[in-house]
Design a protein around this ligand. Structure first.
Ligand code: NAP
Length: 298
C-alpha cells in the first residue's frame, strides 16, 4: 500500500519562509504585491483564485484583483498587463488559464515583464530554462535571489513537483520518469526539469501508442492530462512513485486527479492525493517567486 505524498507540509514550510521574507521587506517599508488576472468565470480558475487569495492573506502578500468579463478584448487585457508592469506596488502577475479562445494567450503572457512573470510561462523564462541559463534555481542550496531577477522564474507547477519529490526524499537521478502531457505550463517544463535532474525522461501525449506500455516502465510517473481515471493500477509498476497533477471537476462537484487512486495506491510506493498534493505546493511556489521578485527589486 502506497504512502501518501501530501503537499501540505511542504507548502506550509514554503509559506512560512515567504511570510518571514515579507515581514523583513515590510520592515524596510516595502509591501509585496501580486496581481491576479481572471477572465470569465471558469470554476477551476475561480477556485484557484480563491485559494491564492487565501494564501496571500496568510503570508502578508497584498493581492490586486483584475477581473474581466468573458467578452473582454485583447487590448483591454494588454493595457491591464502594461499598467501592472508599470505599477511599483506589484511584483508579480498570475494570469488564470484558460483565457477565451479568441484571445492569444501567448501574446498576453509575453507582454508580462520577465521580472514580474512569477508563473514563469513567458518565452523568455521558458527559453532561458531550456538553454540551461536558469537551471541553478532547481538546486535550492545554490539559489541566489540576486540572479533570479535576470534569469526569469521557473514555472510554479513543475517546479513544485520537483520540490515535492525532493521533500519526500525521492531520488530523481538515474530514474526513468514518464510524464503524461506536453503542455507549456506543465508537461514540457516538468520533463525538462526531470531531465536536468538527470532522470531518463519519456513524454507521452494523446498520440502516444499504448500508453500503459510506457507508464509501466516508470520509476516516477507524473500525470498532467486532465483526464479522470486515465491511470489505473495495472498501468503502474510495483513500487513506482506517482505524482498526480491533474485537477478535474467531476459532475458530482468533487475534484479528482488523473489516477484511479484506489488501484494505483495498491501498486505505488508513494502517491500524491488530489486535492492536497501538488495544488497547495503550486500556490506556495507562486508566492515564493513573488517575494523573490520583490527582493530582487530592492
Ligand atoms: N495541481 C496544479 O497545481 C495544477 C496546475 C496546472 C494544471 N493542473 C492540471 O493539470 C492538468 C493538465 O494541465 P495543462 O494545462 O497541462 O492541460 P493541457 O494544456 O490540456 O494539456 C494536457 C496534456 O495532456 C495530454 N493528454 C490529454 N489526454 C491524454 C490522454 N488520454 N493520453 C495521453 N495524454 C493525454 C495532452 O496531449 P496533446 O498535447 O497531444 O493534446 C496534453 O499534452 C489539468 O487537469 C489541469 O487542471 C494542475
Amino acid at each position: 500500500m502506497a504512502k501518501i505524498m501530501e503537499g501540505k507540509g511542504l507548502a506550509e514550510d514554503i509559506r512560512d519562509s515567504v511570510k518571514q521574507k515579507v515581514e523583513m521587506l515590510n520592515g524596510m517599508g516595502i509591501e509585496v504585491g501580486l496581481a491576479l488576472m481572471l477572465v470569465g468565470d471558469n470554476p477551476s480558475s475561480k477556485q484557484y483564485m480563491a485559494a491564492t487569495l487565501k494564501a496571500c492573506k496568510g503570508t502578508g502578500i497584498k493581492p490586486y484583483e483584475y477581473k474581466f468579463p468573458e467578452s473582454v478584448s485583447i487590448n483591454e487585457l494588454l493595457n491591464a498587463v502594461h499598467s501592472i508592469n508599470n505599477d511599483e506596488r506589484i511584483h508579480g502577475l498570475l494570469v488564470f488559464f484558460p483565457l477565451p479562445r479568441r484571445i492569444n494567450s501567448r501574446k498576453i503572457v509575453n507582454s508580462i515583464l520577465p521580472e514580474k512573470d512569477v508563473d514563469g510561462l513567458g518565452s523568455i523564462p521558458i527559453g532561458k530554462f531550456a538553454a540551461e541559463e536558469s537551471t541553478l534555481q532547481l538546486y535550492s542550496e545554490q539559489y541566489d535571489p540576486a540572479i533570479t531577477h535576470h534569469l526569469g522564474f521557473l514555472p510554479c507547477t513543475p517546479f513544485g513537483v520537483i520540490r515535492l519529490l525532493e521533500y519526500h526524499k525521492v531520488e530523481i537521478k538515474g530514474k526513468h520518469a514518464v510524464v503524461i502531457g506536453k503542455s507549456l505550463a506543465v508537461g514540457k517544463p516538468l520533463s525538462l526539469m526531470l531531465l536536468t535532474k538527470e532522470a531518463t525522461v519519456t513524454i507521452c501525449h494523446k498520440e502516444t501508442k499504448n500508453l500503459a506500455e510506457m507508464t509501466r516502465q516508470a520509476d516516477i510517473l507524473c500525470t498532467a492530462a486532465g483526464k479522470p481515471n486515465l491511470i489505473t493500477g495495472d498501468m503502474v509498476k510495483d513500487g513506482a512513485v506517482v505524482v498526480d497533477i491533474g485537477i478535474n471537476m467531476l459532475e458530482n462537484g468533487k475534484v479528482a486527479g488523473d489516477i484511479d487512486f484506489d488501484s494505483v495506491s495498491q501498486k505505488a510506493s508513494l502517491v500524491t492525493p488530489v486535492p492536497g498534493g501538488v495544488g497547495p505546493v503550486t500556490i506556495a511556489m507562486l508566492l515564493e517567486n513573488t517575494v523573490k521578485s520583490a527582493k530582487a527589486r530592492i
